[in-house]
Design a binder for this molecule. Structure first.
Ligand code: ATP
Ligand code: MG
Length: 429
């Protein structure tokens, strides 16, 4: 992509409405624009990051054996009346009526819809277990939308749903999702703490929120120092170990009953990026989602749901990875891998070398943003730092005279002068 023809409306001034760094940086780097409170347009740069995160989430869900589908954003109110949630959900639900005065809603989540699909399509225990997911926009009319995409009203969520014949099956499904989440977050460059959460009377221990540590997080966390010391291997053997460690949010934490000695107890703010949940027959029972069991008896299925805040993750990753100059994207989610800076596009040698590098990098399928604009070098470096591209490759007249270019790693700030060929060898591996 050539910056001269890219849509990157960066801002010089810090937007006054943004209270936290990720919101400021997303606005300043031209990733998003607010349409109305808690509702955003994703501009090209932000959209790339959103798609990258979505891609990693998708790969790990597929690898865990979940099947992707797509449910609509608009749902009929009747289904929510069946589960009893139409009235319970209150003002957070955006209610709509169509031209025939039929009551509809913009989905805040999809348990009812998926249970309806299941009960109409699945008849036998032999078809179980089933795990389905989709990545779709949700709407929750939050009282206080804030922090940009972190607490939006419209937001992108991956939500998966599991169906099993009995509790043991449901627990296996739950643990498989637990592992998939560890893998997903570790690929996103994040270290998460699985915090045990309330799952209602039936759920027992089977509910975890995945929290990342960040000063601006909305949750107050208390957790065992062991979380900081152990390697977070996303393996099935590791699930038991992680689930046995103490971690709680402030509403659950009770100092007098905490099993962790004071000197081993850590406190921090956390951002909830995912939530997994076993809820038994909470929806299957009222909605009549049954299959014929091995003995032919109708059996109500056991369900779980598994959410990841895809759009919230964009902000959360920035909260965890930035400096004074701007965003520092982890390689896996970076909108471009390389920012190619041409210090003097009007100079023939620079133009040729820049174009050649741009073509050769693009040819091998690496995403490169080529700054081919006539601009001051300072402004070019500042833009690349702000938008957080992991590698900066700079071509200038002085270097070219001796056959070198400059390679900078955004995360460490380390710069090196190298020949064009060795720069390419380093970047194209
Ligand atoms: P929270 O406690 O932050 O309000 P929740 O518990 O209501 O979230 P879930 O129903 O568990 O959220 O949704 C799954 C995931 O969707 C959450 O873990 C979070 O990452 C994301 N999410 C929820 N609400 C929002 C929102 N308003 N804006 C952006 N992401 C959200
Ligand atoms: Mg939650």
């Amino acid at each position: 992509m050539r910056l001269s023809s890219y849509f990157l409306p960066t801002l010089k001034e810090t937007p006054a409405e943004a209270q936290i760094v990720s919101h400021r940086l997303m606005l300043r780097s031209g990733m998003i624009r607010q349409a109305s409170a808690g509702i955003y347009s994703w501009l090209p740069l932000g959209h790339r990051v959103l798609r990258r995160i979505e891609g990693i989430v998708r790969e790990e869900m597929d690898a865990a054996g979940s099947s992707e589908m797509l449910m609509p954003t608009i749902q009929p109110a009747e289904l929510w009346r069946e589960s009893g949630r139409y009235d319970d959900y209150g003002k957070e639900m955006l209610r709509i009526s169509d031209r025939h005065e039929r009551e509809m809603l913009y989905g805040p989540t999809n348990e009812e819809l998926i249970t309806d699909i299941f009960r109409n399509c699945v008849k036998s225990y032999r078809d179980l277990p089933i795990n389905l997911y989709h990545i779709q926009w949700k709407f929750r009319d939050e009282v206080r939308p804030r922090f940009g995409v972190m607490r939006g009203r419209e937001f992108l969520m991956k939500d998966a749903y599991s169906f099993d014949l009995d509790f043991n099956g449901a627990r296996d499904s739950y643990n498989a999702m637990f592992v998939a989440y560890l893998k997903t977050f570790s690929r996103l460059g994040l270290r998460t703490i699985p915090v045990r959460a309330e799952s209602g009377a039936i759920g027992g221990d089977l509910s975890h929120e995945f929290q990342i540590i960040a000063e601006t997080g909305e949750s107050q966390l208390y957790f065992d120092a062991t979380f900081e010391e152990i390697a977070h291997e996303p393996s099935p053997e590791f699930v038991g170990k992680l689930q046995s460690l103490y971690a709680a949010t402030d509403d659950k934490h009770d100092t007098s009953e905490c099993p962790v000695p004071t000197e081993r107890l850590r406190t921090a703010r956390g951002i909830e990026v995912g939530h997994i949940f076993y809820f038994g027959t909470k929806y299957a029972q009222p909605m009549g989602a049954k299959v014929a069991g091995a003995n032919g008896e109708p059996t109500t299925v056991e369900m779980g749901s598994y959410g990841i805040g895809v759009s919230r993750l964009v902000g959360a990753i920035i909260e965890a990875s930035h400096d004074e100059a701007g965003i520092i994207w982890p390689d896996a989610v970076a909108p471009f891998k390389i920012g190619l800076i041409n210090l003097r596009p009007s100079d023939t040698a620079c133009a040729e070398a820049g174009e050649d590098l741009y073509q050769r990098i693009s040819a091998v399928g690496i995403d490169v943003l080529y700054d081919d604009r006539e601009e001051r070098p300072g402004a070019k470096f500042a833009t690349m730092d702000l938008i957080g591209i992991p590698w900066q490759l700079t071509v200038g007249p002085r270097g070219l005279a001796t056959g070198v270019v400059e390679l900078k790693r955004r995360s460490s700030g380390e710069r090196e002068e190298v020949s064009i060929e060795s720069a390419l060898a380093r970047l194209i591996d």
